[in-house]
Design a protein around this ligand. Structure first.
Ligand code: NAP
Ligand code: MG
Length: 401
C-alpha cells in the first residue's frame, strides 16, 4: 500500500533514556511503515543540549512557532547527579520550562481511558482534562521569615516613583510572610488557551479560584476569564453546544468528585499542580495520560506526561528485559499527526492517528499490556509483554483494523 504523504513537517524533539529507546521503536514499527514521514528533527537528548549550550532547545521551540505542531520525547532535567553523569558544562534548565516560556503555553493533560483500567472514582466515565496555568503565583514567590516584632507591608513603586502601600500584618512576635504575583498578559494567554482548547475538543470548561477570600488577586483571574469569554467566545461556545462556567475551587472539587467527566478543569498554577496528580493517579497511571502544550496563538506541542523512566533505562543498558509502557509516547505522536492532518486538510493523516489510537487501546483491552498496567488491571488472564513486544502487538492489532 502507498504510504501516506505529508505536506508540512512536524517538529520532532528527540529525548533521553528509556523514552528515547521507545521513540525509535514507535517510529520504526508504527509510523514509518505507513507514513512518508516529514519531520524537522531536533535532538534534545542531554548530550546534544550540552554540546549546543542548549541552543537546540531554543531552536526547536522557534521551529514549533514556525510550523505550529511539535512532538516531544521526555527529556532529563539536569540536577547535581546528572552534572557528573553527563559531564555537563552547566545545569541546563528544564527543556519543558524553556519551551513553555517561549510558546507562552498552557498544559492540558487527560487520561487515556481503557476498559479494564478503571478509575478509582466509580462515576468517572469520561476523561477529565486538567488545564494548568504554568506561570507565577507561589512558583515565583518571595518569602521572609520574620524574626520578631515589626510591621510587614506590601509596597508597589510605580514607574513614576509613586508608592502604594498595604499593611500585611503588625507582628508582635516571630512569623512568616510571602509575596507573589501574576500578570494580566499571562492570565489572558491562559484564558485564551483554555477557551480555544474547549472549542477544539468540544468540551465544557470549568474554572475555579478562591475569589471570595482573595478579592483582588483571584478575582482578577475570574474577571479576565469572564471579559475574554464575553468578548470573544460566547457565540462560539453556544454554536458548539458547550458551556463555560466559573465556581469556587472548593465547590469545583466537590463537583468533580460527583461528575461523570468529559470536561476541562482549568486551574491556577498551584491548584493545577496538586489536582493534576490527584486526577491522573485516580485514573490509573502517568503512562496513560496525554499531554499537550497549547499556545494562545494556536501552536501545539504534544508529549508524554511521564519522565524518561531512568530505572528501566539502566536495566536496558545492562541487557535486562524492560516492560516500559509506550502508550503516552504513542499518543503524543498520534496527537501531533492528527493536528498536522487537521491543519493541512490531510484526512488520511487524521484517520491514521485515530486508527493507531484505537489499535493501542484495543491491544490493552485484548489483554496484552506492559507490567505497570498488568498490576492494576481488572482484566483476567493478561499477557505481560516487554517494551518491544508490546509495540509489535499494537502493530499486529493495527493490521487487523
Ligand atoms: P519517571 O520517568 O516519570 O518514572 C518514575 C517511575 O514511574 C518509573 O521508575 C516507573 O516505575 C514509573 N513509570 C513512569 N513512566 C512509566 C512508563 N512509561 N512505563 C512504566 N513505568 C513508568 O520519573 P524519573 O525516573 O524519576 O525521572 C527520570 C527523568 O525524567 C528525570 O531526569 C526527570 O528530569 C525527567 N522528567 C522529564 C519529564 C518530561 O520531559 N516531560 C517529566 C518528568 C520527569 P517503576 O520503576 O516502579 O517501574
Ligand atoms: Mg506536581
Amino acid at each position: 500500500m502507498a504510504k501516506i504523504q505529508m505536506t508540512t513537517p512536524l517538529v520532532e524533539m528527540d529525548g533521553d533514556e528509556m523514552t528515547r529507546i521507545l521513540w525509535k521503536m514507535i517510529k520504526d514499527d508504527l509510523i514509518l511503515p505507513y507514513i512518508d514521514l516529514k519531520t524537522e528533527y531536533y535532538d534534545l537528548g542531554l548530550e546534544h543540549r550540552n554540546e549546543t549550550n542548549d541552543q537546540v532547545t531554543v531552536d526547536s521551540a522557534e521551529a514549533t512557532k514556525k510550523y505550529g505542531v511539535a512532538v516531544k520525547c521526555a527529556t532529563i532535567t539536569p540536577n547535581a547527579a546528572r552534572m557528573t553523569e553527563y559531564n555537563l558544562k552547566e545545569m541546563w534548565k528544564s527543556p519543558n520550562g524553556t519551551i513553555r516560556a517561549m510558546l507562552d503555553g498552557t498544559v492540558f493533560r487527560a487520561p487515556i481511558i481503557v476498559k479494564g483500567i478503571d478509575p478509582c472514582v466509580r462515576n468517572w466515565e469520561k476523561p477529565i482534562t486538567l488545564a494548568r496555568h504554568a506561570y507565577g503565583d507561589v512558583y515565583k514567590n518571595t518569602e521572609i521569615k520574620v524574626p520578631g516584632a515589626g510591621k510587614a507591608e506590601l509596597v508597589f513603586t510605580a514607574a513614576d516613583g509613586t508608592e502604594t502601600r498595604e499593611l500585611i500584618h503588625n507582628f508582635t512576635d516571630a512569623g512568616i510572610i510571602q509575596g507573589m504575583h501574576n500578570t494580566d498578559k499571562s492570565i489572558s494567554s491562559f484564558a485564551h488557551a483554555c477557551f480555544q482548547y474547549a472549542l477544539d475538543t468540544k468540551q465544557d470548561l470549568w474554572f475555579a479560584t478562591k475569589d471570595t477570600i482573595s478579592k483582588k488577586y483571584d478575582h482578577n483571574f475570574k474577571d479576565i476569564f469572564q471579559e475574554i469569554y464575553d468578548a470573544s467566545y460566547d457565540a462560539q461556545f453556544k454554536a458548539a453546544g458547550i458551556e463555560y462556567f466559573y465556581t469556587l475551587i472548593d465547590d469545583a472539587v466537590a463537583r468533580v468528585m460527583k461528575a461523570k467527566g468529559g470536561f476541562i478543569w482549568a486551574c491556577k498554577n498551584y491548584d493545577g499542580d496538586v489536582m493534576s496528580d490527584m486526577v491522573s493517579s485516580a485514573f490509573g497511571s502517568l503512562a496513560m495520560m496525554t499531554s499537550v502544550l497549547v499556545s494562545p496563538t494556536g501552536v501545539y506541542e504534544y508529549e508524554a506526561a511521564h519522565g524518561t523512566v531512568q530505572r528501566h533505562y539502566y536495566k536496558h543498558l545492562k541487557g535486562e528485559e524492560t516492560s516500559t509502557n509506550s502508550v503516552a509516547t504513542i499518543f503524543a505522536w498520534t496527537g501531533a499527526l492528527r493536528k498536522r492532518g487537521e491543519l493541512d486538510g490531510n484526512m488520511e493523516l487524521v484517520h491514521f492517528a485515530d486508527k493507531l489510537d484505537k489499535a493501542t487501546v484495543k491491544t490493552i483491552e485484548d489483554g496484552k499490556m506492559t507490567k505497570d498496567l498488568a498490576l492494576i488491571t481488572s482484566l483476567k488472564d493478561v499477557t505481560v509483554l516487554n517494551s518491544e513486544d508490546f509495540i509489535k502487538a499494537i502493530r499486529e492489532t493495527f493490521e487487523t483494523l
